[in-house]
Each structure stands twice: as structure tokens, then as C-alpha cells.
Design a binder for this molecule. Structure first.
Ligand code: NAD
Ligand code: LMR
Length: 339
């Protein structure tokens, strides 16, 4: 028993040092926010991260001083809210996470955030395109359906767009989908893997429960789909004006970053759902679409097809594509008019 445990510990240490051999600088823009702080904490706990770079328009160095006391090996630096601070934060980053932007209040849609967040994301995308053009860029700021196209347009304008390295973070939708199903079934959510496709807002979020091989009654199914599509609203309402999901989002963002680092460090078969430049529905005006994506050392390795779906799911998808095309076009238009 003791020998077996010792062998296990040695194997674990070897696996750890194999992953920690490769250095990874991860930058968080918006690090002092509701998402940014717990996300920075989770990244500090990740042995795949060797350097954590934290930027915000307020409190970046404060959050870094706090997180930096945690006794894991990575370095932590907080940067001043100046152009050179932002440049230094980004320089050499392999992964850039962008949760900077305002959250919803009750009664708002994610699209209502567009007027404020579009220019925040555009400006941070400009800085990233200049200081870290080869980084994997993970967009968390809403509305993701528009902020991802905004980032792409900024990179295109500078001749550094790599569609394999730009990701809208939709992980929270699958986290919710598995959690909510487990609450119906009384199962462990860790065993519930639900494919969710489309985008990241209301009707553009399409859970494909039929692919999980589990059947609900029509009423249960409709209630389930509605809960996954509007899970964000549940949190916004419960926080009653103080913001939207932050803790579950930090977990989801950290999970996606971890998957990307695993794939970058050579692990095979790493698949996550994410909103990316995708061939699947370009013919319907959707240049970006979320589906399961295999990640690799160069970012997107393989985009999975949506697969077989029921007529009900097809109806959901049709509604999704109509809304999504408009959200994407709005982001593209914004950068054309406000370069
Ligand atoms: N993709 C998702 O699944 C998902 C989930 C939850 C929230 N969100 C979105 O994430 C965003 C952030 O949410 P939050 O709850 O952390 O908000 P928050 O207001 O608590 O934090 C936002 C942070 O961004 C900072 N910031 C603003 N402008 C900046 C700039 N130009 N540069 C750097 N930092 C800047 C603010 O100072 C603040 O610290 C919102 O748009 C929210 O809708 C997305
Ligand atoms: O609901 C929101 O506005 C935040 C986020 O997109 C979420 O899904 O929780």
C-alpha cells in the first residue's frame, strides 16, 4: 500500500515537473473586478502558469500584492493603468484573458452592455495586437457574441489576426448545463457532459441534451433549456443590482485557460466548447460560432460539427443563428465606424 502510494507520488511529481518545465505567462486584463480577482486567485494556484500579469484601470498592483503572497511558484506582477503598464503586462503573454467591462443589472440584456464594453474591448484588443500578437486571447467581457468579432476586426486591421488563437469564453454555459441536469437527475455533475452550441446570450445558447442520451419530458426539457439559456439572468436577479456571475465565471475561465495550457504543453484530445471563427454557419451570416473545439499547441486544432440533433433543437438553432448573425454584424460594424 505504502509502496503504491510512493510510486503514485513520484509519478505525480514527474507529471508536475513535465508541465512546469514549460513557462507560461498569463495576463488578466480587468484583474481587480468581480471576475478578475477570483480568476487571478485560481490562476495563481495553477502550476502550469509560471508568470501571472495583472492589469486593471484600478487596483492591479493591489490585487497582485495580495495574490502574490500565495505560496505557489509563479511570479505575480501588477501593472499601473498606463499605456506602458498595459504593454508590459501583455508583453510575452501566451494567454490573455479579458474580463474587463461592466456587468449587467436586472432588466438588462447582454447587448445593453455593448455601448460601454465595445470600446473597452476594442482598446484592450489594440494593445494586445501590438504587444502580444501571437497570444491566445480569451474574451470574457460581454456581449461575447459581439466582443469577439470586435477583437478579430482590430487584429485584422493590424495584419496579425490568427483565427486559431481567438476564443469567446462560453465555458460557463456547459458548466451550468451539467450542473442543472444533475439537479434534475440527482447525479454527480462531474459525470454530466452536455454539448452547448451557438453563442453566449439568451436564445443563442443552445444546449443539445439529446446528444447526452438522456430524455426529459417535454415540460422538463423546455424548463431545462430555458434555465441554461437564462442562467446568467438568475444570478443577475439574485445579486439585485450588484453585478452578474463572478465566482462561477472565474472557475469557468480558469478551466478554459487550464485546457489551453494543457494543449499548448502537448496534451492531446483536449476539447472545450468555445465561440470561435468557425466554418459551420458562415453561410448563415455567422462567422463565429460556439461548438466543441479540440485545442492544440497552435490554439484551435479541430472544430467539431454540431452533429445529429432533434427537430426541437433544430428550431432552437434556427432562432440562435438569426440573433447571432445580428450580434456579430454589430461588432464588425462598430470597428468599421470606430476604428
Ligand atoms: N463570458 C461569460 O460567460 C461571462 C460571465 C460573467 C460575466 N461576464 C462579463 O464579464 C465582464 C466583467 O464582469 P465583472 O463582474 O468582473 O465586472 P466588474 O465591474 O466587477 O469588473 C470589471 C473590471 O474591469 C475593469 N476595467 C474596466 N475598464 C477597463 C479597462 N479599460 N482596462 C482594464 N480594466 C478595466 C474595472 O476596473 C473592473 O475592475 C462583464 O462584461 C460581464 O458581463 C461574462
Ligand atoms: O449574465 C451575464 O450577464 C453574465 C454572464 O454572461 C453569465 O452568463 O453569467
Amino acid at each position: 500500500m505504502f509502496a503504491a502510494r510512493q510510486a503514485f507520488n513520484v509519478a505525480q511529481r514527474r507529471a508536475f515537473s513535465a508541465s512546469s518545465r514549460q513557462s507560461s505567462k498569463v495576463a488578466v486584463l480587468g484583474a481587480a473586478g468581480g471576475i478578475g480577482q477570483p480568476l487571478s486567485l485560481l490562476l495563481k494556484l495553477n502550476p502550469r502558469v509560471s508568470e501571472l500579469a495583472l492589469y486593471d484601470i484600478r487596483l492591479g498592483p493591489g490585487v497582485a500584492a495580495d495574490v502574490g503572497h500565495i505560496n505557489t511558484k509563479s511570479t505575480v506582477t501588477g501593472y499601473d493603468p498606463t499605456p506602458s503598464g498595459l504593454r508590459d503586462c501583455l508583453s510575452g503573454a501566451e494567454v490573455v484573458l479579458i474580463p474587463a467591462g461592466v456587468p449587467r443589472k436586472p432588466g438588462m440584456t447582454r447587448d445593453d452592455l455593448f455601448n460601454t464594453n465595445a470600446s473597452i474591448v476594442r482598446d484592450l484588443a489594440k494593445a494586445t495586437a501590438e504587444a502580444a500578437p501571437n497570444a491566445n486571447v480569451l474574451i470574457i467581457a460581454n456581449p461575447v457574441n459581439s466582443t469577439v468579432p470586435i477583437t478579430a476586426e482590430v487584429f485584422k486591421a493590424r495584419g496579425v489576426y490568427n483565427p486559431r488563437r481567438l476564443f469567446g469564453v462560453t465555458t460557463l454555459d456547459v458548466v451550468r448545463a451539467s450542473r442543472f441536469l444533475s439537479q434534475i437527475k440527482g447525479s454527480d455533475p462531474a459525470n454530466e457532459s452536455i454539448t452547448v452550441v451557438g453563442g453566449h446570450s439568451g436564445a443563442t445558447i443552445v444546449p443539445l441534451l439529446s446528444q447526452a442520451g438522456y430524455e426529459l419530458t417535454k415540460e422538463q426539457l423546455e424548463a431545462y433549456v430555458n434555465r441554461v439559456q437564462f442562467g446568467g439572468d438568475e444570478v443577475v436577479k439574485a445579486k439585485d443590482g450588484a453585478g452578474s456571475a463572478t465566482l462561477s465565471m472565474a472557475m469557468a475561465g480558469a478551466r478554459f485557460a487550464e485546457s489551453l495550457l494543457k494543449a499548448a504543453q502537448g496534451e492531446k484530445g483536449v476539447v472545450e466548447p468555445t465561440f470561435v471563427d468557425s466554418p459551420l454557419y458562415k453561410s448563415k451570416g455567422c462567422d463565429y460560432f460556439a461548438s466543441n473545439v479540440e485545442l492544440g499547441p497552435n490554439g484551435v486544432e479541430k472544430i467539431h460539427e454540431v452533429g445529429t440533433i432533434t427537430p426541437y433543437e433544430q428550431q432552437l438553432l434556427d432562432v440562435c443563428l438569426g440573433d447571432l448573425a445580428k450580434n456579430i454584424a454589430k461588432g464588425v460594424q462598430f470597428v468599421k465606424e470606430n476604428p
